[in-house]
Write a protein of this length. Sequence first.
Length: 387
Amino acid sequence: MFDDHGVSLDILKKRAYNLRWATVPDGVTPLTAADPDFPSAPEIAEEIARFVKDRYFCYGPPEGLPEFKESVAGYFQAKRNIPASPAYVLPVDSAAFGIYITCKAFLSAGDEAIIFDPVDFLFRYSIESVGGIAVPFAIPPGTDKVDFGQLEKLITGKTKMVCLCNPLNPTGKVFAKDELTKLGEIACKHDLVILSDEIWSDIVFAPHVYTSIAAISEDVRKRTITVTGYSKSYGLAGLRIGAVMASGSEHFKKIMDASLHQSTVHGANVLSQVAATTALNKCGYWLEGFLAHLHKMRRVCVDELNAIPGFSCIAPEGCYVAFVNIKETNKSSKEIQELLMNSAKVAVVPGLKEWFGDGATGYIRISFATSDKILSDALSRIKIAMQ
């Protein structure tokens, strides 16, 4: 499924948008948006085809299809050790929207929310979109200790939320259980809501083990809103499907009201819920194969990048992106991005503040969710360009 013949460039060049194959010039290899180059599991397409054959495309229930809610809750019960209830699972049209409606539900104008730095821009965007103030907390690269004492110093009377991205995009850090326990204790002490973005939680490289913060304790779980999606694990980005999970009726009602699902202004596509349900129930083998392939690509990516003068890359613990320190090149992230685009014909994501925060300065991000042939060729061209 994941050999060099598994990627159809003809299709990708027509369908893969968001900085990828359909948006770059011919001859350019995009190692940009974190989206697999491989087709999804066949069972997903087959189940959609069966559903479509009946030609009925009715409104679904605003709180989500029962089978979707049950499969998501079952996943959290079996894989994450969380006593999840289907009643408190809400399908959303993306994990990004899940982050936004959680901020909308729990933040008012002027409220502060702590975000990691670096981290995906969606956290800052969502907080500021509802009138909140995003307060950055620096997370060191690699295995360096997180200074939770410094995090606690950032908390004021206006702080209402702490945003956890685990594994952390773009650095690939997977938070250890003791780190999550400390974060949970701080949230409980200061009565903060925890927004836990877990869209990358299936993409974790051995020997690292993933822990959901909602599994730490009942007190932590009661204040945690978990957001996830199925684009990273199962290649369903274009179907735009994610889930938000609360732990009780009060929090779920706030999420439901913020979603506008009851009014039909927003809502998760029924076909997308069918696809995600199928992925969770039938496609574990595909995810296992994908992870095995990613293990190999991570090794290739990190080894080759570290052989390039001026580049330094710590192997990510999770996520299929490499966060590359390019400070020794004496060029900015934007300059390296442009050099690689023009000279190597490889597109990468620059570590700009608007993408990831100040902590990304001096870095570029490279996705390795592609075939060995495509990745090796792109890395070879990068090496030649940098020399």
